[in-house]
Design a protein around this ligand. Structure first.
Ligand SMILES: CC(=O)N[C@H]1[C@@H](OP(=O)(O)OP(=O)(O)OC[C@H]2O[C@@H](n3ccc(=O)[nH]c3=O)[C@H](O)[C@@H]2O)O[C@H](CO)[C@@H](O)[C@@H]1O
Ligand SMILES: C=C(OP(=O)(O)O)C(=O)O
Length: 428
C-alpha cells in the first residue's frame, strides 16, 4: 500500500487542535512494559500512528499479549509469557523503536536476536553506545552475516546483566533509555554518564519508577540505576508529543493563522519557542492550552539543532519549510544527524531558494512564492514539512511515500482539515 497526501494551499488555519501522545515516549514504554513478568500494563494517551502499530505487532511476535484499543487511545500489555528472542526483520526494520525491546529480552530470555532496526534515514544512526553498554554489563554481541544482502542479524546474549559504569559519547536519546532499562533489573548499581535530558526520556524514567525501578539523576547528565528483583505492571499516561505540537505551531505560522493547541506544553519545545518568537510567532500558554498566532511578516532565523533543551532536530525540516516564507536569509546547522537535508530538493521543486552548503549546513533565501508540485517524503518530518509548504503554496502539492508521515503523526490530514486546511490522505 502506498500513501499520498494532497494539499491545496492558501487557507489560513484557525481553530482548535489536539496534540497526540508522544511517539518517542510510548515506544520505550512498550519496551519497558515487556520487563514486567506479571500483570497487565495500561498505557493511556497512545498516539494512533504506524510506529505504535508496528510496536504492538513486534510485542506480539515475541509472545506478549498486546491489545491496542484505538478509539480509547489505550494499550494493554501482558508480557507474562515472552516466547521468542527474535526481533524479526519484517517488523523490526520498519521503525527505530524496535531496538528498545532489547533490554526486556535480555532480562527475560537472556538473549536478543536483532534482524534489523529501522527509523528515518538521516545518515549514520549508529548503535555502538547501546551495544558497548550491554557488553560492559557482561553481554556478548555477535554479528552474523551483517554484510549479506538480507543484513543478517546480531545476537546479544547474557546470563544476567551485571551493573556497570556506562556512558554515551554524546547524549543519545534511545541510548540513555536502553541503558537505563538494562540497569533496572541488573545485578547491582549501574552508573550512566552523559545521559540525554529529553522530556520523553524523563517520562520513561517516571514510568519505570512507578513499575518499581530505582533510578536517580533523571534530567541530569548522570543517572544511577539500582537493579531490583522484579518490575510491576502499572498504568501510565503518555506525555504530549512536543514534535507534533511544534509541527502544528509551524503549520499555523506558515499560513498566518491563529490556533489553540490542546495539550501542548511550551516548556517542552525548549529553544524552538525563542526561535519561533524571533520569526514573529506569538505564544500564550493558558493552562493546558497553547495559543499560537502569527500576524506580522515572518523574519529569517538562524538554527543550530542540539539535544534538549536545544532546538530539536526533528523540528529542523518543518522550520526549513517555514523559513522559505521569511523575508531574508535563514541559516540552518544540523548538528545531530549527518544527512537530514533531503527536504531541500523537494522544496526547491516548489519554488524555494535553498543552498545546501554541506550535508549539515544550509541557507534558505526568502521569501519565495511556493507553487504546488509532485514531491516525495524522504522521512517522517520532511513529509510533515512538505505538508506545511503545501499549505502556503498556490495549487496542489502531492506528497508521495507519505507512509513516513503516518509513522509519527496521527490523523494528520483530519486534524489540519478541522483547522480549515485542504489536506487529503489517499492510499493506493
Ligand atoms: C525513537 C526515538 O526516540 N527517536 C528519536 C531519537 O533517535 P535516536 O535515539 O536514534 O537518536 P540518538 O540520540 O541516539 O542519535 C543522535 C546521534 O548520536 C549518534 N549515535 C547514537 C547512538 C549510538 O549508539 N551511537 C551514535 O553515534 C547518532 O548516529 C546520531 O548522530 O532521538 C533523535 C534525536 O533527538 C530523534 O531525532 C528521534 O526522533
Ligand atoms: C527521526 C525520527 O524518528 P525515528 O528515530 O523513529 O526514526 C523522528 O521522529 O523524526
Amino acid at each position: 500500500m502506498s500513501v499520498t497526501y494532497r494539499v491545496n494551499g492558501g487557507k489560513q488555519l484557525q481553530g482548535t487542535v489536539f496534540i497526540q501522545g508522544a511517539k518517542n515516549s510510548v515506544l520505550p514504554m512498550i519496551g519497558a512494559a515487556l520487563m514486567a513478568s506479571k500483570g497487565r500494563t495500561v498505557l493511556r494517551n497512545i498516539p494512533i500512528i504506524e510506529d505504535v502499530r508496528r510496536a504492538v505487532e513486534l510485542a506480539q511476535a515475541i509472545g506478549a499479549k498486546a491489545d491496542l484499543h484505538e478509539a480509547e487511545r489505550t494499550l494493554v500489555i501482558d508480557a507474562s509469557e515472552l516466547s521468542s528472542p527474535v526481533l524479526p526483520a519484517e517488523i523490526a526494520a520498519r521503525f527505530r523503536g524496535s531496538f528498545l525491546f532489547v533490554p526486556a529480552l535480555l532480562h527475560r530470555l537472556g538473549e536478543a536476536v536483532i534482524e534489523g532496526v529501522g527509523g528515518c534515514n538521516l545518515g549514520s544512526r549508529n548503535l555502538d553506545f547501546h551495544y558497548n553498554g550491554f557488553k560492559r554489563m557482561g553481554a556478548t554481541v555477535t554479528e552474523h552475516d551483517t554484510d549479506s544482502a538480507d543484513g543478517g542479524y546480531i545476537h546479544v546474549k547474557v546470563g544476567q546483566l551485571q551493573a556497570g559504569t556506562l556512558y554515551c559519547d554524546t547524549p543519545s536519546h534511545t541510548g540513555t533509555e536502553n541503558l537505563v532499562m538494562a540497569g533496572a533489573l541488573a545485578n547491582g548499581t549501574t552508573l550512566i554518564k552523559n545521559c540525554a535530558l529529553e522530556p520523553e526520556v524523563l517520562d520513561n524514567i517516571d514510568f519505570l519508577q512507578r513499575m518499581g525501578a530505582q533510578i536517580e539523576g533523571g534530567g541530569t547528565g548522570f543517572i544511577r540505576v539500582t537493579g531490583v528483583e522484579e518490575l510491576t505492571a502499572v498504568e501510565h499516561t503518555v506525555m504530549p508529543d512536543r514534535i507534533d505540537a511544534g509541527v502544528l505551531v509551524m503549520a499555523c505560522a506558515i499560513t498566518g493563522g491563529e490556533v489553540s493547541l490542546v495539550g501542548a506544553e511550551l516548556e517542552h519545545l525548549g529553544v524552538a519557542v525563542d526561535k519561533l518568537e524571533q520569526m514573529g510567532v506569538e505564544f500564550s500558554q493558558q493552562g493546558a492550552v497553547l495559543q499560537v498566532r502569527r500576524e506580522r511578516p515572518l523574519r529569517p532565523i538562524n538554527i543550530i539543532t542540539d539535544e534538549y533543551p536545544g532546538f530539536a532536530t526533528d523540528l529542523q525540516s518543518p522550520i526549513m519549510a517555514l523559513a522559505t516564507q521569511a523575508v531574508g536569509e535563514s541559516y540552518i546547522y544540523e548538528r545531530i544527524f549527518d544527512s537530514r537535508f533531503q527536504l531541500a530538493e523537494e522544496l526547491i521543486k516548489m519554488g524555494a531558494s535553498i543552498e545546501v552548503a554541506s550535508n549539515q549546513r544550509a541557507k534558505v533565501y526568502g521569501s519565495t512564492p511556493l507553487s504546488g508540485a509532485k514531491t516525495i517524503a524522504h522521512d517522517l518530518r520532511s513529509g510533515a514539512a512538505l505538508v506545511l509548504a503545501g499549505l502556503a503554496a498556490e495549487g496542489e502539492t502531492e506528497i508521495s511515500q507519505a507512509y513516513f508521515i503516518d509513522r509519527g503523526h496521527s490523523n494528520f490530514a483530519e486534524r489540519l482539515t478541522a483547522l480549515g486546511a485542504d489536506v487529503h490522505r489517499e492510499t493506493v
